[in-house]
Design a protein around this ligand. Structure first.
Ligand SMILES: C[S@@+](CC[C@H](N)C(=O)[O-])C[C@H]1O[C@@H](n2cnc3c(N)ncnc32)[C@H](O)[C@@H]1O
Length: 316
Protein backbone atom coordinates (compact mmCIF):
# COMPACT_ATOMS: atom_id res chain seq x y z
CA UNK A 1 0.00 0.00 0.00
CA UNK A 2 1.80 3.10 -1.22
CA UNK A 3 2.22 6.08 1.09
CA UNK A 4 1.62 9.47 -0.51
CA UNK A 5 5.06 10.90 -1.35
CA UNK A 6 4.21 14.19 0.42
CA UNK A 7 3.78 12.16 3.64
CA UNK A 8 6.93 10.07 3.35
CA UNK A 9 8.79 9.73 6.63
CA UNK A 10 5.71 10.69 8.66
CA UNK A 11 3.46 8.49 10.76
CA UNK A 12 -0.08 8.99 12.00
CA UNK A 13 -3.19 7.25 13.41
CA UNK A 14 -5.54 6.79 10.42
CA UNK A 15 -4.51 5.02 7.26
CA UNK A 16 -6.79 6.25 4.46
CA UNK A 17 -6.61 6.97 0.77
CA UNK A 18 -5.63 10.55 0.00
CA UNK A 19 -5.38 10.25 -3.76
CA UNK A 20 -6.10 7.16 -5.89
CA UNK A 21 -3.72 4.43 -4.68
CA UNK A 22 -1.86 6.74 -2.27
CA UNK A 23 -2.42 6.54 1.49
CA UNK A 24 -1.62 8.29 4.75
CA UNK A 25 1.08 6.55 6.84
CA UNK A 26 -1.42 5.42 9.52
CA UNK A 27 -0.35 2.73 11.97
CA UNK A 28 -3.47 2.27 14.11
CA UNK A 29 -6.41 1.74 11.84
CA UNK A 30 -7.10 1.50 8.13
CA UNK A 31 -10.44 2.90 7.04
CA UNK A 32 -12.43 3.90 3.99
CA UNK A 33 -14.07 7.15 5.18
CA UNK A 34 -16.66 7.09 2.39
CA UNK A 35 -17.79 3.62 3.40
CA UNK A 36 -17.83 4.50 7.13
CA UNK A 37 -20.02 7.58 6.63
CA UNK A 38 -22.37 5.60 4.35
CA UNK A 39 -22.70 2.94 7.03
CA UNK A 40 -23.49 5.62 9.63
CA UNK A 41 -26.20 7.01 7.36
CA UNK A 42 -24.60 10.36 6.53
CA UNK A 43 -26.25 11.71 3.35
CA UNK A 44 -24.11 11.54 0.21
CA UNK A 45 -25.12 15.01 -0.90
CA UNK A 46 -24.38 17.67 1.70
CA UNK A 47 -24.42 20.66 -0.65
CA UNK A 48 -25.48 23.83 1.16
CA UNK A 49 -24.87 22.46 4.66
CA UNK A 50 -22.40 23.38 7.39
CA UNK A 51 -20.76 20.35 9.03
CA UNK A 52 -18.54 20.00 12.10
CA UNK A 53 -16.26 16.99 12.61
CA UNK A 54 -15.46 16.74 16.33
CA UNK A 55 -12.37 14.63 17.04
CA UNK A 56 -11.10 14.95 13.46
CA UNK A 57 -7.55 13.79 14.16
CA UNK A 58 -5.93 13.06 10.75
CA UNK A 59 -9.03 14.33 8.97
CA UNK A 60 -10.45 11.34 7.06
CA UNK A 61 -14.07 12.22 7.83
CA UNK A 62 -13.62 16.00 7.55
CA UNK A 63 -12.34 15.68 3.99
CA UNK A 64 -15.06 13.14 3.11
CA UNK A 65 -17.76 15.52 4.43
CA UNK A 66 -16.22 18.24 2.26
CA UNK A 67 -16.19 15.90 -0.75
CA UNK A 68 -19.94 15.42 -0.18
CA UNK A 69 -20.45 19.17 -0.55
CA UNK A 70 -20.49 20.49 3.04
CA UNK A 71 -18.68 23.55 4.30
CA UNK A 72 -16.63 21.84 7.01
CA UNK A 73 -14.98 22.76 10.30
CA UNK A 74 -12.76 20.18 11.98
CA UNK A 75 -12.36 20.40 15.76
CA UNK A 76 -9.72 18.58 17.78
CA UNK A 77 -7.35 19.12 20.69
CA UNK A 78 -4.46 17.87 18.50
CA UNK A 79 -1.93 20.03 16.68
CA UNK A 80 -2.83 19.61 12.97
CA UNK A 81 0.84 19.84 12.02
CA UNK A 82 1.70 16.89 14.24
CA UNK A 83 -1.20 14.80 12.96
CA UNK A 84 -1.25 14.71 9.14
CA UNK A 85 -4.37 16.92 8.98
CA UNK A 86 -2.64 19.99 7.54
CA UNK A 87 -0.44 17.93 5.21
CA UNK A 88 -3.49 16.17 3.70
CA UNK A 89 -5.38 19.46 3.57
CA UNK A 90 -2.59 20.79 1.37
CA UNK A 91 -2.50 17.70 -0.85
CA UNK A 92 -6.27 17.90 -1.36
CA UNK A 93 -6.28 21.71 -1.69
CA UNK A 94 -9.08 21.51 0.83
CA UNK A 95 -10.95 24.46 2.33
CA UNK A 96 -11.78 22.69 5.61
CA UNK A 97 -11.24 25.01 8.59
CA UNK A 98 -9.36 23.51 11.54
CA UNK A 99 -10.27 24.73 15.04
CA UNK A 100 -7.88 23.52 17.68
CA UNK A 101 -9.57 23.08 21.05
CA UNK A 102 -11.81 20.96 23.21
CA UNK A 103 -15.43 20.13 22.59
CA UNK A 104 -16.05 21.42 26.14
CA UNK A 105 -15.09 24.93 25.03
CA UNK A 106 -16.89 24.85 21.68
CA UNK A 107 -19.59 27.54 21.47
CA UNK A 108 -21.81 28.84 18.67
CA UNK A 109 -20.34 32.28 19.41
CA UNK A 110 -16.88 31.13 18.28
CA UNK A 111 -17.66 28.28 15.86
CA UNK A 112 -21.13 29.13 14.52
CA UNK A 113 -24.07 26.76 14.06
CA UNK A 114 -24.20 23.56 12.05
CA UNK A 115 -26.69 21.44 10.15
CA UNK A 116 -24.65 18.31 10.82
CA UNK A 117 -22.15 17.29 13.48
CA UNK A 118 -20.06 14.14 13.38
CA UNK A 119 -18.95 12.93 16.80
CA UNK A 120 -17.16 9.67 16.06
CA UNK A 121 -14.82 7.86 18.41
CA UNK A 122 -14.78 10.59 21.06
CA UNK A 123 -17.42 10.44 23.83
CA UNK A 124 -15.80 7.54 25.68
CA UNK A 125 -12.54 9.52 25.79
CA UNK A 126 -14.29 12.14 27.92
CA UNK A 127 -14.89 12.17 31.66
CA UNK A 128 -17.85 14.51 31.09
CA UNK A 129 -19.67 13.16 28.03
CA UNK A 130 -22.94 14.80 29.10
CA UNK A 131 -21.33 18.24 29.14
CA UNK A 132 -19.94 17.53 25.66
CA UNK A 133 -23.41 16.55 24.37
CA UNK A 134 -24.90 19.73 25.83
CA UNK A 135 -22.22 21.81 24.11
CA UNK A 136 -22.86 19.94 20.84
CA UNK A 137 -26.61 20.59 21.08
CA UNK A 138 -25.95 24.35 21.25
CA UNK A 139 -23.76 24.11 18.13
CA UNK A 140 -26.52 22.45 16.12
CA UNK A 141 -29.26 24.38 14.38
CA UNK A 142 -32.76 23.34 15.46
CA UNK A 143 -33.53 20.16 13.54
CA UNK A 144 -29.83 19.65 12.78
CA UNK A 145 -28.46 16.11 12.97
CA UNK A 146 -25.79 14.59 15.18
CA UNK A 147 -24.11 11.46 13.85
CA UNK A 148 -22.50 9.66 16.74
CA UNK A 149 -20.21 6.63 17.01
CA UNK A 150 -18.27 5.13 19.88
CA UNK A 151 -17.53 2.39 22.37
CA UNK A 152 -20.13 0.53 24.44
CA UNK A 153 -19.92 -1.14 27.85
CA UNK A 154 -22.57 -3.76 27.07
CA UNK A 155 -20.43 -6.67 25.91
CA UNK A 156 -17.86 -6.17 28.68
CA UNK A 157 -20.60 -6.06 31.32
CA UNK A 158 -22.20 -9.20 29.87
CA UNK A 159 -18.82 -10.93 29.97
CA UNK A 160 -18.24 -9.94 33.62
CA UNK A 161 -21.78 -10.94 34.63
CA UNK A 162 -21.60 -14.30 32.90
CA UNK A 163 -18.36 -15.10 34.76
CA UNK A 164 -19.16 -13.78 38.20
CA UNK A 165 -22.86 -13.73 38.89
CA UNK A 166 -24.15 -17.27 38.51
CA UNK A 167 -25.83 -16.10 35.30
CA UNK A 168 -23.29 -18.23 33.46
CA UNK A 169 -26.06 -20.65 32.49
CA UNK A 170 -27.57 -17.93 30.37
CA UNK A 171 -26.01 -17.33 26.99
CA UNK A 172 -23.74 -14.28 27.00
CA UNK A 173 -25.63 -12.73 24.09
CA UNK A 174 -28.89 -13.02 26.08
CA UNK A 175 -27.27 -11.29 29.07
CA UNK A 176 -25.95 -8.57 26.74
CA UNK A 177 -29.42 -8.07 25.31
CA UNK A 178 -30.85 -7.44 28.79
CA UNK A 179 -27.94 -5.26 29.94
CA UNK A 180 -28.14 -3.15 26.77
CA UNK A 181 -31.73 -2.19 27.58
CA UNK A 182 -30.73 -0.73 30.96
CA UNK A 183 -29.45 2.87 31.21
CA UNK A 184 -26.02 1.86 32.52
CA UNK A 185 -22.54 3.18 31.88
CA UNK A 186 -19.31 1.45 32.89
CA UNK A 187 -16.65 3.81 34.24
CA UNK A 188 -13.50 2.00 33.22
CA UNK A 189 -11.08 3.40 35.80
CA UNK A 190 -8.98 0.23 35.47
CA UNK A 191 -8.94 0.46 31.66
CA UNK A 192 -10.09 -3.09 31.13
CA UNK A 193 -12.11 -2.54 27.94
CA UNK A 194 -9.48 -0.67 25.95
CA UNK A 195 -6.10 -0.94 27.63
CA UNK A 196 -5.34 2.77 27.52
CA UNK A 197 -5.75 5.50 30.13
CA UNK A 198 -7.71 7.80 27.82
CA UNK A 199 -10.94 5.76 27.84
CA UNK A 200 -13.55 6.45 30.52
CA UNK A 201 -17.31 6.05 30.13
CA UNK A 202 -18.75 3.08 28.23
CA UNK A 203 -22.57 3.36 27.97
CA UNK A 204 -25.17 0.82 26.94
CA UNK A 205 -27.43 1.70 24.01
CA UNK A 206 -30.24 2.70 26.39
CA UNK A 207 -27.84 4.86 28.39
CA UNK A 208 -26.50 6.79 25.40
CA UNK A 209 -30.06 7.23 24.18
CA UNK A 210 -31.09 8.63 27.59
CA UNK A 211 -28.07 10.97 27.67
CA UNK A 212 -28.98 12.31 24.23
CA UNK A 213 -32.64 12.80 25.15
CA UNK A 214 -31.59 14.64 28.31
CA UNK A 215 -29.15 16.82 26.37
CA UNK A 216 -31.63 18.39 23.95
CA UNK A 217 -31.98 15.73 21.26
CA UNK A 218 -34.96 13.74 20.02
CA UNK A 219 -35.65 11.13 17.34
CA UNK A 220 -32.65 9.19 18.62
CA UNK A 221 -31.81 6.10 16.61
CA UNK A 222 -28.85 4.02 17.84
CA UNK A 223 -27.64 0.51 17.31
CA UNK A 224 -24.99 -1.69 18.87
CA UNK A 225 -23.12 -3.32 16.04
CA UNK A 226 -19.78 -4.13 14.45
CA UNK A 227 -18.88 -1.32 12.07
CA UNK A 228 -16.38 -0.13 9.49
CA UNK A 229 -15.15 2.59 11.89
CA UNK A 230 -13.05 0.01 13.69
CA UNK A 231 -12.89 -2.61 10.95
CA UNK A 232 -15.60 -4.78 12.51
CA UNK A 233 -13.44 -5.63 15.53
CA UNK A 234 -16.13 -5.79 18.22
CA UNK A 235 -19.47 -4.06 18.66
CA UNK A 236 -19.81 -0.30 19.12
CA UNK A 237 -22.64 2.20 19.23
CA UNK A 238 -23.59 4.16 16.16
CA UNK A 239 -26.52 6.22 15.01
CA UNK A 240 -28.12 9.62 14.81
CA UNK A 241 -30.08 12.09 16.89
CA UNK A 242 -31.86 15.30 15.93
CA UNK A 243 -31.57 18.64 17.73
CA UNK A 244 -34.93 19.08 19.50
CA UNK A 245 -36.25 22.61 18.74
CA UNK A 246 -38.04 22.53 22.12
CA UNK A 247 -34.71 22.16 23.92
CA UNK A 248 -32.29 24.48 22.17
CA UNK A 249 -30.22 25.15 25.29
CA UNK A 250 -29.97 22.18 27.67
CA UNK A 251 -27.45 24.20 29.70
CA UNK A 252 -30.08 26.84 30.50
CA UNK A 253 -30.93 24.85 33.60
CA UNK A 254 -27.88 26.05 35.46
CA UNK A 255 -27.93 23.57 38.32
CA UNK A 256 -28.86 19.90 38.31
CA UNK A 257 -30.67 20.30 41.62
CA UNK A 258 -33.72 22.33 42.59
CA UNK A 259 -33.01 25.65 44.34
CA UNK A 260 -34.86 26.15 47.64
CA UNK A 261 -37.15 29.19 47.50
CA UNK A 262 -37.38 29.54 51.30
CA UNK A 263 -35.54 28.26 54.32
CA UNK A 264 -36.14 24.66 55.24
CA UNK A 265 -38.21 23.94 58.34
CA UNK A 266 -41.53 25.43 59.46
CA UNK A 267 -42.36 29.09 58.79
CA UNK A 268 -43.60 31.35 61.61
CA UNK A 269 -47.12 30.67 60.28
CA UNK A 270 -46.48 26.89 60.33
CA UNK A 271 -45.26 27.19 63.92
CA UNK A 272 -48.46 28.96 65.00
CA UNK A 273 -50.49 26.16 63.44
CA UNK A 274 -48.15 23.55 64.96
CA UNK A 275 -48.85 24.84 68.50
CA UNK A 276 -52.36 23.53 68.05
CA UNK A 277 -51.55 20.32 66.18
CA UNK A 278 -53.01 17.31 67.93
CA UNK A 279 -55.63 19.50 69.64
CA UNK A 280 -59.24 19.68 68.61
CA UNK A 281 -58.59 23.27 67.59
CA UNK A 282 -55.71 21.99 65.45
CA UNK A 283 -58.07 19.57 63.73
CA UNK A 284 -60.55 22.40 63.19
CA UNK A 285 -57.78 24.51 61.62
CA UNK A 286 -56.86 21.67 59.28
CA UNK A 287 -60.41 21.72 57.87
CA UNK A 288 -60.39 25.49 57.33
CA UNK A 289 -58.79 27.28 54.36
CA UNK A 290 -55.42 28.80 55.41
CA UNK A 291 -56.78 32.30 54.82
CA UNK A 292 -59.22 31.79 57.72
CA UNK A 293 -56.59 30.52 60.22
CA UNK A 294 -55.68 33.97 61.66
CA UNK A 295 -59.39 34.70 62.25
CA UNK A 296 -59.90 31.31 63.90
CA UNK A 297 -56.87 31.93 66.15
CA UNK A 298 -58.20 35.36 67.13
CA UNK A 299 -61.53 33.76 68.02
CA UNK A 300 -59.79 31.14 70.17
CA UNK A 301 -57.84 33.85 72.01
CA UNK A 302 -61.08 35.79 72.59
CA UNK A 303 -62.80 32.70 73.93
CA UNK A 304 -59.85 31.97 76.24
CA UNK A 305 -59.91 35.55 77.58
CA UNK A 306 -63.67 35.44 78.23
CA UNK A 307 -64.90 34.74 81.73
CA UNK A 308 -66.99 31.90 80.46
CA UNK A 309 -65.69 28.42 80.74
CA UNK A 310 -63.44 27.13 77.99
CA UNK A 311 -65.69 25.51 75.33
CA UNK A 312 -65.24 21.80 75.59
CA UNK A 313 -65.04 21.26 71.85
CA UNK A 314 -61.82 23.31 71.67
CA UNK A 315 -60.00 21.74 74.59
CA UNK A 316 -57.44 19.00 74.26
C1 LIG B 1 -10.17 7.59 18.75
S1 LIG B 1 -9.89 9.15 18.01
C2 LIG B 1 -11.24 9.20 16.86
C3 LIG B 1 -10.86 9.85 15.59
C4 LIG B 1 -11.93 9.83 14.51
N1 LIG B 1 -13.02 10.71 14.83
C5 LIG B 1 -12.42 8.42 14.29
O1 LIG B 1 -13.61 8.16 14.54
O2 LIG B 1 -11.64 7.57 13.86
C6 LIG B 1 -10.38 10.31 19.27
C7 LIG B 1 -10.19 11.76 18.84
O3 LIG B 1 -10.86 12.60 19.78
C8 LIG B 1 -10.04 13.71 20.06
N2 LIG B 1 -10.41 14.27 21.36
C9 LIG B 1 -10.20 13.77 22.60
N3 LIG B 1 -10.66 14.59 23.54
C10 LIG B 1 -11.21 15.65 22.89
C11 LIG B 1 -11.84 16.85 23.32
N4 LIG B 1 -12.02 17.13 24.61
N5 LIG B 1 -12.28 17.71 22.38
C12 LIG B 1 -12.11 17.46 21.07
N6 LIG B 1 -11.51 16.34 20.60
C13 LIG B 1 -11.05 15.46 21.49
C14 LIG B 1 -8.63 13.08 20.06
O4 LIG B 1 -7.62 14.04 19.97
C15 LIG B 1 -8.75 12.19 18.86
O5 LIG B 1 -8.45 12.88 17.68
Amino acid sequence: MAIHPALAGRSCYHKYEVEPGLFTPGHDIQIDPKFCLDELGVPRDLAGTRALDIGAWDGPYSFELERRGAEVTALDIQDPDITVFNAVKEIKKSSVTYARGSVYDATPETLGNYHLILFAGVYYHLKNPVLALQRIRRLLKNGGVLFIEGASGTDHLAEVLSKTSGLGKLRKDRIAEVVDRLPLAYFDAEHRIYAHWSNWWFPTTRCLEALLLDSGFHNVDLKLTASAFINYSGRRLMGRAEADPEKSDPEAQRYEHALATRAFGPTAEDKKTERFSGSRFGRLLSWLPTALHPTARRMLRAVRRSRYSYPSFLSR
